[in-house]
Every structure is written in structure tokens, then in C-alpha cells.
Design a protein around this ligand. Structure first.
Ligand SMILES: [Zn+2]
Length: 318
């Protein structure tokens, strides 16, 4: 019988679950609100219900579910499947998610960091299809990422590699939630963009009163409408992103850098500044040959990638 897997993207807001074939085709999918504030017991109970529903779907297709892959936010100990801590789930401390799910589901379960999973998803079925070495950056409220080398997620010693959002871009820059200063996340995320806008307005003595609660989307719109400050803000963001990408290119020599997340909506406003900075800072040959492209799978990258993780792991086991 043809084996299928279930891929889950467990997000702070939504949980996406899919039944995925070996080809990478999504056979069935569903999306449900996570309601993280209800606590881990309820979130896990719902997770199990969603997985069971996809298992019933597999029966309809005459397929057998071989494993489950889960992409979860936060610090994940990849080998043990323990969620060490997760900013989206305040009550998840050293939660043995793999163990709990395997006990309930009687299936092999593999837990992966969500950005790593999304990176593998883009490499399997998205923008970096057929590319063996790539780096994925997701620019959302924060900046996450994943490093794929020779078709596999680069985990590092503890499964915590790929935190590209926390590389230092400015030595004494803005204080980041991680404890460091001047992290890429503080400049290239939607939050960072709003901070830069406010800082630039303050510096230019512009009226910020009416703009106190400005969102990143409003800044993109203002830039497209010809607002000079908003334009500068996006150039500044693109430049900082370019510094980060140039560092990554020099270290990893990837074939491709894929950029996803909500900030991708402002692609045309930052990408020229990003490419210019990469040209200035990375080795000429590698800078020239590395493609920098937008992600293709969007919200589906996480669950498709989680399914890819499950397929890779069971292939290794059998
Ligand atoms: Zn940081």
C-alpha cells in the first residue's frame, strides 16, 4: 500500500494539517485556530483530533499513514522532540511533544522547528525545488530561517541552528528579545520596519501623532504612494537584510536564498537595496551566482516541509 504522511504546521495563531503523498502532493488539508492561550492540554487534544481526521481521510484513499511530522515554533530539541520553550506557547516548557503524540497516535512522530520545516518545504516543492543548498528567511513579526545543505536541514549540535534572525547586524543596535543587541530581526521584520519608521519620523521632527499605531502594511502603502520617509524606511530595511544575506552567502555558499513571511508583500520596495548590499559585501563570484527569490508555498510551506521531515526520517529508519 502506498504510504502517506501527515504534515502539521503548529502556529501560534493557526494550525494547518495536511495529508501528503510521497510525491509531495497535498491530498487533503485543513486549517483551524490554535487558541494557544487555552493551554497545552487543549492544544494537544485538538492536534490529535486533526491528525486522526487526516488518518481517516487516508483510509478513504486506501493509503496508510506511515508517520507524522510537526513544525512547531520556538526552541525545539530535534532529536528528542522536546519543545524547550516557545514564545507562542507560554506554558510549554520542556514539553515532550514527540513522546505525548506517539503515545496517543501509535505512530512515529517527528518534531521540527517551524522555520526549518518551511525551509525544507520550499526546497522540496517550492521556490528552491531541485536545489540542494539553500537558505530560507521568513520575515514576519520576527525573522526566522532555515538552512538546507545537500537536501537536509542543518541542525547544528542541539537542533537549534538556522536562527538567522539573531545574527548581529549593528553592534550596539536595538535591544532584541533574545538578549542581544542589533539582531537582524530588529530591522528586517514587520516590527523592525515600524520601529525604523518611528525613529526616522522622530529624527526629522515630523508629525508622528496621527501615525502612532502605524502598521508595516501602511508603511508599504505610503512608500508606494510616494512618501519619501516610508521609502527610506524600506531601503534601510533592505540594506540591513542585504548585510545579513551577504554574511550567509559568504559562510554557506548557497545556490539560492528564499524569502518568505508577511514582509514579502513589500518585495519591490526592499529587494533592490538588498541586492546592492549583497553585491557590495559578499564575494563577487558567490554573490553573482546566488539567486535571491520570493517563497512560493506561502502558508503551506510549513506543513509540506513537516511532511518532508517525516518522509526523510522514515526513509532513514527503514
Ligand atoms: Zn535577537
Amino acid at each position: 500500500m502506498d504510504r502517506v504522511v501527515i504534515g502539521v504546521d503548529l502556529g501560534g495563531t493557526n494550525t494547518r494539517t495536511a495529508l501528503v503523498a510521497r510525491s509531495g502532493d497535498i491530498l487533503e488539508k485543513q486549517k483551524e485556530e490554535t487558541l494557544a492561550a487555552e493551554g497545552h492540554e487543549k492544544v494537544i487534544a485538538k492536534l490529535i483530533r486533526n491528525i486522526d481526521r487526516q488518518r481517516a481521510n487516508a483510509d478513504q484513499y486506501g493509503r496508510r499513514v506511515a508517520a507524522v511530522g510537526v513544525g512547531a515554533p520556538g526552541v525545539i530539541h530535534e532529536q528528542t522532540g522536546v519543545v524547550v520553550k516557545s514564545p507562542n506557547f507560554p506554558d510549554w516548557n520542556d514539553l515532550p511533544l514527540k513522546q505525548i503524540l506517539e503515545r496517543e497516535l501509535k505512530l512515529p512522530v517527528f518534531i521540527e522547528n517551524d522555520a526549518n520545516a518551511a525551509a525544507l518545504g520550499e526546497q522540496w516543492r517550492g521556490a528552491a525545488k531541485d536545489i540542494r543548498s539553500m537558505i530560507f528567511l521568513t520575515l514576519g513579526t520576527g525573522v526566522g530561517g532555515g538552512i538546507i545543505l545537500d537536501g537536509r536541514i542543518w541542525h547544528g549540535a542541539d537542533g537549534m541552528a538556522g536562527e538567522v534572525g539573531h545574527m548581529t547586524i549593528i553592534p550596539d543596535g536595538r535591544t532584541c528579545g533574545c538578549g542581544n543587541r542589533g539582531c537582524l530581526e530588529m530591522y528586517a521584520s514587520s516590527r523592525g520596519i515600524v520601529m525604523t519608521f518611528k525613529a526616522m519620523c522622530a529624527g526629522k521632527h515630523l508629525d508622528t501623532e496621527g501615525r502612532k499605531e502605524i502598521t508595516s502594511a501602511q508603511i508599504y502603502q505610503a512608500a508606494r504612494n510616494g512618501d519619501t520617509v516610508a521609502h527610506l524606511v524600506m531601503k534601510d530595511m533592505g540594506r540591513h537584510l542585504g548585510i545579513g544575506i551577504a554574511n550567509l552567502i559568504n559562510i554557506f555558499n548557497p545556490e539560492m536564498v528564499v524569502i518568505g513571511g508577511g514582509v514579502k508583500a513589500a518585495w519591490d520596495l526592499f529587494i533592490d537595496a538588498t541586492r546592492e548590499e549583497v553585491r557590495k559585501r559578499a564575494f563577487a563570484y558567490t554573490a553573482e551566482r546566488t539567486k535571491i527569490v520570493p517563497s512560493m508555498l506561502g502558508d503551506e510551506a510549513g506543513m509540506v516541509g513537516a511532511a518532508a521531515v517525516a518522509f526523510q526520517k522514515i526513509a532513514k529508519l527503514s
